[in-house]
Design a binder for this molecule. Sequence first.
Ligand code: XLS
Ligand code: NI
Ligand code: NI
Length: 437
Amino acid sequence: MKEFFPEIQDGIPYGGPDSKNPLAFKYYEPNRVVGKKSMGDHLRFSVAYWHTFKGTGADPFGAGTFDRPWNRGKTPMGQAENTLRAAFEFCQKLGVSHYCFHDLDLAPEGETFSESCRNLEAMVKMAKQLQDDTGIKLLWGTANLFSHPRYAHGAATNPDAHVFSYAAAQVKNAMAATRELGGENYVFWGGREGYETLLNTDMKREQEQMARFFHMAVDYARQIGFEGQFLIEPKPKEPTKHQYDFDAATVLGFLGAYDLWDHFKLNIEANHATLAGHSFEHDLTLASMNGKLGSIDANAGDTLLGWDTDQFSTDPAICARAMLVVLAQGGLGKGGLNFDAKPRRGSFDPMDLFYAHISGMDAFARGLLTAHQIMEDGILDNFIKERYASYSEGMGKQIMSGDATFETLEKWIMEKGEPVRVSGRQEMLESIFMSYC
Ligand code: XLS
Ligand code: NI
Ligand code: NI
């Protein structure tokens, strides 16, 4: 059978931190034990089908540039089969454990809805076989509810109930496909769920529609016995000016307001957090402290550009800050680190996909090692604990147990007077953090 990546024959070796070979890992050793788990189990890397195998490199100023021999074939289904073969060859040679897809990445849309369903079914069958042959697993599936012109005004938030229904039918099939393939999660990214102008938009109604959609998804999962985790992926803008799932805080508020809290966790994407004006670790922490950090789209933006550039992360310090949050909550469970990332338009060679993923995997592996060491030493943790120590005793303890009132505190202040100011030591802590990176 034709190989799509003949340059790689024996997988990607581990070369160690001193290696200068771009086709060797410097930090990622799947079997190395870090704390209580292997690196592979900590990181659960996943390749994103849409960028890595279906991405073309097109931008608003020009056609696709990517050389992707598998995206050819006499028929759309022939092309889909070639792509699937290339995907498993790539994942196996790279040594990643998981992949993710949208329904339409895997199978082409047909002339009719039922033809689309048949296409998906056929591709799922083939994917199942390849999963069995290789041991590569599905981290999550999702439905593309944003590319087709019918979704120009949104899917679940569309003003037309006909479009809502189409989206529901599509998700029903994508969820069944995910279940069939043993997918551990199902992701809802809000595609075009947002608005451009309030002159034509009833925002309250649209959000109610979205909540109905999620409730139907929860019901259907129960009905078919899908045990995967439901994840919502926040993003503040692009494609619509104002996306409803703006950031982790907004999504959590929405889940609480519409009685969906128990059914969803979040899939936090680095580049989406930064587009929302937050750091990656801010949104990770916000999700995690609410028990809602389910999975991660591991990528990076460009601080000079205001859109979702979906680049591979190459900054081990940012990865370390992210992995600190993941380690503190005891891992990602069913989730993983999905490379929702693509090479730049000028990196059109299939081999660029290897360079890109290897550097992304190394960045997070190095981040994991750094975060683990920081946690082992406990210096930063102890500093934070100490900073709040006044709430563990005396009046602070009474405040937190509900025994203090404004009146008792006023009386106490009359006696104690002015507090002693304590430095936050930010620069000292930054310097300690840096010494680990
Ligand atoms: C787009 C999103 C998308 C989701 C999956 O910005 O990141 O790729 O991860 O629909
Ligand atoms: Ni994403
Ligand atoms: Ni994105």
